[in-house]
Each structure stands twice: as structure tokens, then as C-alpha cells.
Design a protein around this ligand. Structure first.
Ligand SMILES: Cc1cc2nc3c(=O)[nH]c(=O)nc-3n(C[C@H](O)[C@H](O)[C@H](O)COP(=O)(O)OP(=O)(O)OC[C@H]3O[C@@H](n4cnc5c(N)ncnc54)[C@H](O)[C@@H]3O)c2cc1C
Ligand code: FES
Length: 278
């Protein structure tokens, strides 16, 4: 590797926050403009390392679909600790550092001509949205597209306007559920796995993409297995503590796998024998 490439891997480049929206009590949406190149060149499921100068650097998934003609991209950040709090305190026109995009991706080519089942739990919709939006721009290349999305309560749903728009597309069906309803909620109540048994699934021709909290994967996969979905057709994204993002520090390691480089998107077939993975 050339010295120059090395520098790009480890040195954040400057980018400008051009839009911030409060989405829920804990989540903010950020639109970011690159200042040092013309496009991010990412694929769905990949992440960037974002630096709040003077505070620290964290991995965050890219939520917008790939667009080689744009120098902007979108993130959604949940406030949980030091760096995410500092990001929430920033204002439009503030400068952040970014490295990446890094990691593996949901490869749309593999999914073409198939039935697609997207399963998002909570903030898991953020990386899946990048893939969903890419697929929906050419939805006729896929057969039936089903999107299942669960949140703890109705006020935690993200991108509700987009979910409504997606549901209007002819071969797309969106189903949402909440763990705990609030007054006025008329939709499904129950964890996300309650949405799976009623689905009519062509098990050999359905590919699944799942992103959600770790506790969700085990139960979702059990439910998909009982529907005879092949494990080689299930893709999911793992979250681990990351420092370097590029396979050097070992912080994200699960046995021989580096989640930052071999993942975060994995085929379930590759993970199912690793006890620590799910
Ligand atoms: C590939 C990848 C993509 C991610 N995408 C997003 C995203 O799109 N939006 C978003 O809001 N967050 C995302 N995260 C999580 C985000 O990186 C962490 O919330 C962040 O690093 C927390 O930093 P902090 O300094 O604010 O909190 P800290 O003070 O470091 O931690 C606060 C709390 O969060 C827990 N925590 C921190 N990092 C992780 C992690 N990686 N996995 C599980 N628990 C963690 C800690 O154990 C602690 O309880 C992603 C993580 C990874 C690995
Ligand atoms: S984060 Fe450093 S090796 Fe993965």
C-alpha cells in the first residue's frame, strides 16, 4: 500500500454538516457535505468513522442510498454517550471529520429477481434504509418486497413519511409493530417476530436482510428457519465496539473475523457456528 493511501485510511477528512433534524427524543438526522472529494462512493450497509474534533471518533452507518453524482450523504445518530452527545450538540455548518466508507455491504445484484424481506428493529432501519431506497429506485427488478419494522413504542419510529410512501409502491408491503402501544395506536402490537408467521413466503426464492439489536437476531432467525428460509439467503449486520475501522486494532474481533472488515454485513451461513456472534 502506498504511503498516501495509508494516510487516507487513518486521517479524517473534513466535511460540513449542512442539515440537522431532531427525529425522536434520542435520534438526530444529519446531512453531511464532503469538502475534499466529489462523492462518498459507498454501498448499502457500509459505515463511516466520524470524528467530533476534540471529543472522539465513532462508527456510524450511512443511511442514504449510493449516489455517485452527489457529494452529500445522510446519517442518523442515537444519543447514548460522550461522542454521540457531542455530535447532537453540533450545529449546521459545523465541521466534522470522516473516514471511510468501510466494511462489507448488502449487494443488490445478489437479490435481483427474488422476493425480498427486510427486517428492521429500532435504529436498525438506519442502515437498511440505504439498501431499501436503492432497491426501490428499480423495484421492478425484484418480485415481492416486504418490509417489517418494529420499535419499542410509536414515538420511536423513524422515517414514518418514507414508510408510507414505500407502502404505496405496487410490489411493496410495509408492516410495522410496537412492543408497547400508546393511546391512539391502532396498528400491530408485539415484538417483530409476531409479523413473520402470517407471511406467505416462497422459501427458496426469498432473500432476507436484517438489522436490529443483537437480542432480535436469534428469535428472527428461528422464525425464518421455521418458514424454511435457507440460511445462505439470510444477511445481517453486526455491531461491535470499533476503534480503527480498518482491521488493525482488533477491538471488533469475533474469533477470526474482524467485524469492521469482514462485516458488518455477513451471510448468516458464515456466522451460525460462531457462538459469540449472535
Ligand atoms: C458498524 C456500526 C454502525 C453503527 N451505526 C450507527 C448508526 O447509524 N447510528 C447510531 O446512532 N449508532 C450507530 N452505531 C453505534 C455507535 O457507534 C455507538 O453508539 C457509539 O460508538 C457510542 O459512542 P459514545 O461515545 O456516544 O458512547 P459510549 O460512551 O462509548 O457508550 C455509551 C453506551 O453505548 C454502548 N455502546 C457503544 N458503542 C457500542 C457498539 N458499537 N455496540 C453496542 N453498544 C455500544 C456502550 O456499551 C455504552 O453502554 C454503529 C456502530 C457500529 C459498530
Ligand atoms: S475496529 Fe479495529 S480491527 Fe476492527
Amino acid at each position: 500500500m502506498k504511503q498516501e493511501d495509508n494516510k487516507n485510511l487513518y486521517t479524517p477528512e473534513k466535511a460540513k454538516i449542512i442539515e440537522i433534524k431532531q427525529m425522536t427524543e434520542l435520534e438526530k438526522f444529519f446531512r453531511i457535505k464532503l469538502l475534499e472529494r466529489n462523492t462518498l462512493g459507498h454501498k448499502p450497509g457500509q459505515f463511516i468513522m466520524i470524528t467530533v474534533y476534540g471529543v472522539g471518533e465513532i462508527p456510524i452507518s450511512i443511511s442514504s442510498p449510493p449516489d455517485i453524482n452527489s457529494d452529500e450523504f445522510e446519517l442518523v445518530v442515537r444519543k447514548v454517550g460522550n461522542v454521540t452527545q457531542a455530535l447532537h450538540n453540533l450545529r449546521e455548518n459545523d465541521i466534522v471529520g470522516i473516514r471511510g466508507p468501510f466494511g462489507t455491504n448488502f449487494c443488490a445484484e445478489n437479490f435481483k429477481g427474488k422476493d425480498l424481506l427486510f427486517i428492521a428493529g429500532g435504529i436498525g432501519l438506519v442502515p437498511l434504509r440505504s439498501f431499501i431506497k436503492q432497491v426501490l429506485t428499480e423495484h421492478n427488478n425484484y418480485r415481492k418486497i416486504t418490509i417489517l419494522y418494529g420499535a419499542k413504542s410509536p414515538k420511536e419510529f423513524l422515517f414514518t413519511n418514507e414508510l408510507e410512501e414505500w407502502n404505496k409502491i405496487e410490489n411493496v408491503e410495509v408492516k410495522i409493530t410496537v412492543d408497547k402501544p400508546e393511546d391512539g395506536w391502532k396498528g400491530n402490537v408485539g415484538v417483530i417476530t409476531t409479523l413473520i408467521p402470517p407471511l406467505e413466503i416462497d422459501s427458496e426464492n426469498t432473500l432476507v436482510a436484517i438489522v436490529g439489536p443483537p437480542v432480535m437476531y436469534k428469535f428472527v432467525i428461528l422464525s425464518l428457519t421455521s418458514k424454511n428460509i435457507l440460511h445462505k439467503n439470510i444477511y445481517l449486520s453486526l455491531e461491535r465496539r470499533m476503534k480503527c475501522g480498518v482491521g488493525k486494532c482488533g477491538n471488533c474481533q469475533i474469533q477470526h473475523l474482524y467485524v469492521c472488515q469482514d462485516g458488518p454485513v455477513f451471510c448468516y451461513e458464515e456466522l451460525k457456528h460462531l457462538k459469540e456472534a449472535i
